[in-house]
Ligand binder design. Sequence first.
Ligand code: ADP
Ligand code: MG
Length: 364
Amino acid sequence: MLDPDLAGRLVELIAAGAHTDELTFAAEPGVELETGLSSRPVTTEQSNTSLIFGNLYILKLFRRISPGLSADVELHRALRDVGSTHIANPLGSISGDLDGKPVTYGMLQDFLDNTADGWAMAEGSVRDLIGEADLHASEVGGDFASEAYRLGEAVANVHHDLALSLGTAQLDRAGLERTVATMHRRLDKMVATIAELADYAGPLHSAYDALLTVGYPIAVQRIHGDLHLGQVLRTLNGWVLIDFEGEPARPLPERSAYMSPLQDVAGMLRSFDYAARHLLVGLAPDPQLDYRANEWAERNRGAFCDGYASVGLDPREQPALLRALELDKAVYEVAYEHNNRPTWLPIPLGSVARLASDGADSQR
Ligand SMILES: Nc1ncnc2c1ncn2[C@@H]1O[C@H](COP(=O)(O)OP(=O)(O)O)[C@@H](O)[C@H]1O
Ligand SMILES: [Mg+2]
């Protein structure tokens, strides 16, 4: 992929709609591609391999292949079909057969030039906050809240469009019980190996069980599945969501299941927490800074929910669901940091502690 001539060949094959014994290259209907563009690899950390062609296209080559149409291609097409303005349009694909099953090897999309990713922007805002010794999140120049609001609107619009394109359902009793049982199982597994979590096991289990008695129906649909600030790009016109592959650790059939859209909301809320706190890792403890970082997180989490609620359902109207989903995510993060980045462990562990202790008033 580092060989620009070879890489350029891939776009030519897509443009030509070429077939080999193993592979099918296809442009999306109506798409005319430019060829002969120079290519360069994406340099940010990635789980796949992406190449940028002349600042016009980006080609993602999937490293881990599962049988079936990739959710990334499927959801981009579904959103394109209903005219979503919050995606980079899909332009082509590379697919094939593996052991008799269809697989997707690559996806070509519009490259969005002159963008900043949500994580970098949020981090800049927090850096500003830390630099201003006495100011609150609402007072610093780099306040992120209006962007967080717009991001909430964008995510709600994408959920609306996914529902329009691919349908919705209500989680039935059996589905709800399965979901809750999965959360319990994941927690038990983590508690067995991570001593720090044991203190919170009780409140966490009750937070999951609270889902069984909520008084509202739980709507489910196709969702992004792995939403965080690193998966959104701020273009000159607004926010775009990228990377609809779903949670990479899950098998494909599970990833394409209907899920609550609040799972994406929970992912984004967790991301605001991370953005607020990760720059404090390694600094001398400072209660005032902790307080202001917390204020930043709450301000932006609130603004995100306000923006979401201006288009769709207010996520805060389903507190037990949102809390269980956030906790489930935070437990996963605790395990991840425990195994890979122990200095960051206090970030999700602190959130687990906070969410576990403010449970009493959100058991509905
Ligand atoms: N359409 C796009 N326009 C501009 N940059 C993009 C686009 N899609 C992805 N990127 C950049 O490439 C990076 C990796 O893309 P992503 O689809 O998230 O891959 P992965 O599945 O490996 O996480 C993103 O973080 C972003 O910086
Ligand atoms: Mg990604």
